[in-house]
Design a binder for this molecule. Sequence first.
Ligand code: GMT
Length: 377
Amino acid sequence: MRKMKIGITCYPTVGGSGVIATELGKMLAEKGHEVHFITSSTPFRLNKTYANIYNHQVDINTYSVFQYAPYDIALATKISEVIKNEGLDLLHVHYAIPHAVCAILGRDMAASNIGIVTTLHGTDITVLGADSSLKEAIRYGIEKSDIVTAVSNSLKEQTYELIQPIKEIETVYNFVDEREYFSQDASKLKQQLGINADEKVMIHVSNFRNVKRVQDVVETFALTYEKIKCKLLLIGDGPEMGRIIQQVRELGLDEQVLFLGKRDGLAEFYSMSDIKLLLSEKEAFGLVLLEAMACGVPVIGSNIGGMPEIIEPGINGYLVELGDTQKAAEYATRLLRDDSQLQKLRQGALKTVAERFSSSKILEQYEELYEQLMDKN
Ligand code: GMT
């Protein structure tokens, strides 16, 4: 595999798309490629120094005449500068809007013909694609990219349905860094959180946006708790937090639900958990499912988006119809009561990650796409 100079643009501060882009950049650098992040700030997951990872920060002009700072123009200009100054071989941009469009503009400004890979992550299509002021720009970004990938078959189908591009879209699934997400001894942390060693634990991790339906997670937990004593860890923060705190209070579950806020070192929290709940109404992939599974935690998810492509019922978790908290609680109760089934699903979760979503496998898929681009140019 030849070594390449790869420019990566993503949202550096939030969300799974930024996590995947950054982890991918780190792994490409470890394989000897030169990686140039072109972003508005240093990606938050870039927590280690690499000799061959460079950060190019977009300077946004806040001139008082502008009612809105022109981030997109500034990003395209920076992309063009980096293409020329660093001699990039290709660009890989994450999230269609504005990144694909900025990459195309930046390449034009640089009078270059380098290849552009655009990865669609979910909300760039399922939420923004429904906005008539953005749909044409998303379609343009897809059509003018050289290679377009989506993080699940479901997202690929939804893109064809909502945006109607002619371009071929390839599915490349997400991955986890197994060196960070693995099952570890969390007994001390469990004790520090006031959870008894033999007490069962359920976990939910998200940005507490409306689409995550955290209220269904709490309802599922409440129904399960009626049958079996356990705790619920809620990790993350976001717009729905106030409503969820209120719901927990009204259910009288303050002692059983632990609001832990935003956390690093999630693997330890997963490692003390027995079931992960993700009951979202939109989820192109559900990266947090993989993170939990890599720590040996089975998942209960809703039968929407990319989740059925990850969750194999009875093998690594269960699927329920959207909003069916009764069924989710039934599965959770059964699993928490049956240790041999829980162990079987734990093994199934680990196997799923190792066989289908390992970082080396997904990295190879991206490298092959890059090779195709290099051969074309
Ligand atoms: O889900 C979010 O709130 C964040 C969002 C993002 O844009 O970063 O996540 C999307 O991309 C992730 C990485 O590919 C996927 O795992 C998430 O499923 C997807 N979110 C949605 O589709 C709602």
